[in-house]
Design a protein around this ligand. Sequence first.
Ligand code: SF4
Length: 410
Amino acid sequence: MHGLTLRASFAPVALECAAATVAPEVEFASGGPEADLGSAVHEVLAGAVRSGGPLPDVGAASAKWGADPEEVYRMARWGWAQWAGTPDLPGLSRWFPHPVVEEGLRWAHPSGILLTGHPDVAAVDGDEVRVADWKFGFLDLDAADQMRVYALLALHEHPGAARARTVVLRFREGAADWRTFGREELGAWFVRAACRLAQRHLYRAGAWCARCPRKWECPAKAAKVRQTFAELGVGPAAFLARLPSEPAPRARVLADAYERAKVARQTLDALADLLRAEVAAAGGALADGRGRELRLTLQERRTLDARAALPVLLGHLSHEELYPALTVGKGKVEEALMANEPHGAKGAKVRAVNRELEAAGAFRLQVVEKLELKRVPVTQGALTDGHSSGEQATATANDPAGAADTAAGA
Ligand code: SF4
């Protein structure tokens, strides 16, 4: 497989679908607002970890990437608290003595595959290499294969190390996923992975297509989208009537339909983005010469300004009648609380006020039901597919939480 370069960050796509490693005929610019936000937060955190804190100029990084500075600050502040620690929470940094930030790693693997990667943070401690990666929840796939490639690269860089321990800090969920990989089982995993990557003629469409550079020209993805719309065309009753009655086969058909629906939804969203970009590039309007025009319009949405609205509303409603109609933006309130505090005291102020709010019963918990497709352990005897090494342990604190004990076994 000479000539194949596997970037660690692309491994979650490439190992689901080897055809994704074939170069696309036409390259489209990637990115978008969410990726820009992630890049800005990455830049801020990289600066802070390098210097040992505090956060560098958030405004400059936000302007460079065209991201909302408040959002960048909010995410970077949370990430920094996880890294550096707080009075209530020991930081991740204690697992990363002398951290190296975003260092480029390369290994021309004997299989002929060139492995590359830039882990967000790496360190060596005794006979263990450690790698941390920040994830912001946008377009993120299961990061296990990405961390395996980082682990391989880090172990190659440090031949004396016996194992690699990795952590993915998930900003959206506020969780840290730790994994431990032994040198030998990681090597065995890559032998299987290389076999998968060799099958570049095989397509496997799924949620990962959203991150694939071939997504606009891929016949497999197009077939999946067509199949989804064909299913929609026959109507929900006909679709349900064709479902197997046995639970496992029924679940398989439904899980496949879920994945196809996701691919179709991503395709429609991407098409809408393309249309918007075309119309914007044409100056905001595009006429088709047949009496139709695509146009970008500005729509006004009216909101109430609290300062001006409350005196008027309280002339007509009692406090009790008005409260159910009001919401208080928790993030905005925290920003306001911190604005008046010196550096180093901001977090303590927010925590103190949050404790008061908790005692006053001010927090409301909103539970939202969400349909998701998750990987779960396969029962014994089922096929292994190259995803079995490096069991994951999700920690609520920044601690491996026994990940070393849930050792990697192929
Ligand atoms: S679009 Fe999807 S199915 Fe097609 S090559 Fe990419 S990952 Fe594979």
